[in-house]
Ligand binder design. Sequence first.
Ligand SMILES: Cc1ncc(COP(=O)(O)O)c(C=O)c1O
Length: 352
Amino acid sequence: MVFEFPPHIPLAHLPTPIELLDRLSRKLSGPKLLVKRDDLSGTPLTGNKIRKLEFFAKAALDTGCDTLITCGAIQSNHARATAVVAAKLGLNSYLVLRGEAGPPAESNLLLDQLVGAEVEFVTHAQYFKALDIMHHRAQGLAQKGRKAYVIPEGGSNALGCMGYIKAVRELKAQLEAMGRKIDYIVSPVGSGGTLAGLILGVKLFGLESRVIGINVSSTAEHHTKRVRRILDDTIQQFKLDIEIDQSDIEIIGGYVGLGYAKSRLEEIEFIKMVAQTEGLILDPVYTGKTMYGLADQIKQGRFGREHSILFVHTGGIFGLFTRSLSDFGVRSEASEKYSPFFRSFEENSMSI
Ligand SMILES: Cc1ncc(COP(=O)(O)O)c(C=O)c1O
């Protein structure tokens, strides 16, 4: 299938490698596991968002914008990647972030500030109107003779969707070169654009793999509706000659745990086990929860030894550095003193 992608600029280090996770497969007594290392798409640009930003940045430059505006949680990977891209292209960035910045800024927020992003902190209640706030700020800039490009939360709209449609084309070529077929592609679901892109890409390029998402916030039903909207918008806007059935959208719920960006001890233990088994570093907010969910589904028998599963490592490593040593069971006098978190979970059993 020949598909003309809209204009974009190369910002990610592509193709990202595919690696086998044989020791983890054996440990889980499960299917063949492979990982698409989208966490290696760049260092400050690590993760899935850069694939979407290749399209947004081009659209911003082509329309004469001097500022990228976006929003997210205080430790948003998407906001960080947007700020870094802006700096890389000589643009300004303005971030509307949900939460309070307690000094000192760390991890993603530290990087936002390092590359010179202007940050506006808003409350959870105000964040419901984040899109309005962003357009308002864009109007404010316009009055000063400047021009801003507004990117929605997570970069999840029809244009952003192109990032993962293109990733599937890349994946198909890699699998052909490896002489491999995969039965399932598994990805985290946050704002839904990555999953929507994967679903569309698989249809468009005729890959015989089923795409499955695992949501890391809210409910599977909520995300299914959101992904459906992105799919419909993308098909309509880019006049794609494909149909997506409701059964093509599969999001497995039940792995949000304590809530968005909050970790249960078993998730932390799982991240530690994967790191020590494969040298693969998962993040606590997205990939850790998702792969934990995948391992649990394997345990429950959803996938058998005869299957092969490609896990999309969507990045997020900076989220790890918001955790203390004691969260990972690494004790030190200081971490015990400052982390009641560890003590409160100490007696819990460590599953998986
Ligand atoms: C590291 C990481 N993985 C996965 C996701 C989810 O991607 P999407 O928002 O496209 O569903 C995000 C989104 O913020 C992310 O930062």
